[in-house]
Design a protein around this ligand. Structure first.
Ligand code: FAD
Length: 320
């Protein structure tokens, strides 16, 4: 029988899978089309490539910095160079911005290369019988495993497995804020000597120049725009029905940059319902040895890739 079924192939799911696979049999299940979760890359047609979730990684801990440097040596990651404009003028120490060589899902891709995984498989519920876990998928498939680990955002994790949580987890006050992201392509624009822009605005807070990542040659100019959490909170349930939401975000960008609306040849908007938990929790991860049920994810510590990784490393230590 399978030792560990891991739900989610984001940074935390792929990190814990990689750690456990050194000793145990592991199978990752994810409802998405590929690995990465919120650290993912969307490709629409040839050369229309956008990092629509995670923008960059700036490691704080020595441990994680070492991992990212190793991935740079292996040509999986690199430093995002160029001009990063910050109109919020926040006082911040200058740190390197790391991105994936081909896309910002590089950590998950690298860690799960040799691991068994099933995509487009959504987990509906889990059930513990006397001997093992039964993981029930939306397509009515059933997977059996000795242990199960959930790595989804807190509301999704709670929905799948809440009835098995101890009170200290069930009662956590985790508030995951939304984000609205628009991917845009402009026809035949001049190369802009800017890699990213942090805006001082209530609606549009960030724009990334995808061409500045030097992953592809394109005569089109590709931008990823991200909204503020406050504005997304008001619009996350409207953006699919009303074009007004997308148009508001785009208008902001056109006004700030002078790009022309009639040059837009592609636009696509994605709503992240559960983007960030700004507050963290008193724990780094959770392991119930008796039930053989584990949880790890960024929301335990804070809204960064590094925290998803740290949470998974913490859980791996508890399991060992
Ligand atoms: C718009 C945006 C911008 C961000 N920018 C940055 C940044 O610049 N730098 C940074 O460090 N961090 C950034 N973050 C935060 C970062 O994305 C997260 O901290 C990190 O990716 C979380 O990883 P995780 O593995 O814990 O969760 P996730 O990446 O959310 O992984 C959970 C996985 O579970 C899967 N899943 C959920 N429900 C089910 C189900 N029922 N069945 C099967 N699978 C399921 C999902 O498909 C997903 O793949 C950003 C996040 C967003 C949304």
């Amino acid at each position: 029988m399978l030792d560990f079924c891991i739900i989610g192939s984001g940074v935390s799911g792929s990190t814990i899978a990689h750690q456990l696979s050194k000793k145990y049999s592991v199978h990752i299940i994810d409802k998405a089309r590929g690995p990465g979760g919120r650290a993912s890359n969307k490709r629409f047609k040839k050369n229309l490539s956008f990092d629509h979730g995670v923008q960059y990684i700036s490691p704080k801990s020595k441990q994680f910095y070492k991992i990212i440097k190793t991935l740079c040596k292996k040509k999986e990651a690199k430093i995002w160079t160029g001009n990063h404009l910050d109109f919020t003028f926040e006082k911040k120490e200058i740190t390197e911005k790391f991105i994936g060589m081909k896309g910002n899902n590089f950590i998950s891709k690298y860690y799960t290369k040799k691991i068994k995984k099933s995509f487009q498989s959504s987990v509906r519920s889990i059930f513990k019988n006397k001997y093992f876990w039964e993981i029930k998928l939306d397509n009515d498939e059933n997977i059996q495993a000795r242990s199960v680990i959930l790595t989804c955002p807190f509301p999704q994790t709670k929905k799948i497995a809440g009835k098995y949580f101890e009170k200290k987890i069930l009662n956590l006050k985790i508030n995951m804020e939304p984000n609205i992201t628009t991917m845009l392509a402009f026809k035949n624009q001049k190369t802009v000597p800017v890699s990213s822009i942090k805006f001082n605005d209530d609606i549009l807070t960030w724009a990334a120049n995808e061409n500045s990542k030097n992953r592809f040659n394109s005569s089109n100019s590709l931008w990823t725009l991200q909204s503020s959490a406050g504005w997304a909170r008001k619009n996350i349930n409207k953006y699919k029905k009303s074009k007004k939401v997308e148009n508001t975000l785009i208008s902001k960008f056109l006004n700030f940059t002078g790009y022309k609306k009639n040059k837009i040849i592609f636009k696509k908007t994605h709503g992240w319902k559960y983007s960030y938990n700004f507050n963290g929790s008193p724990f780094k991860s959770y392991w119930n040895k008796k039930l053989r049920l584990g949880l790890c994810a960024d929301w335990f510590i804070g809204p960064k890739v590094e925290n998803a990784w740290l949470s998974a490393i913490d859980l791996a230590k508890k399991i060992k």
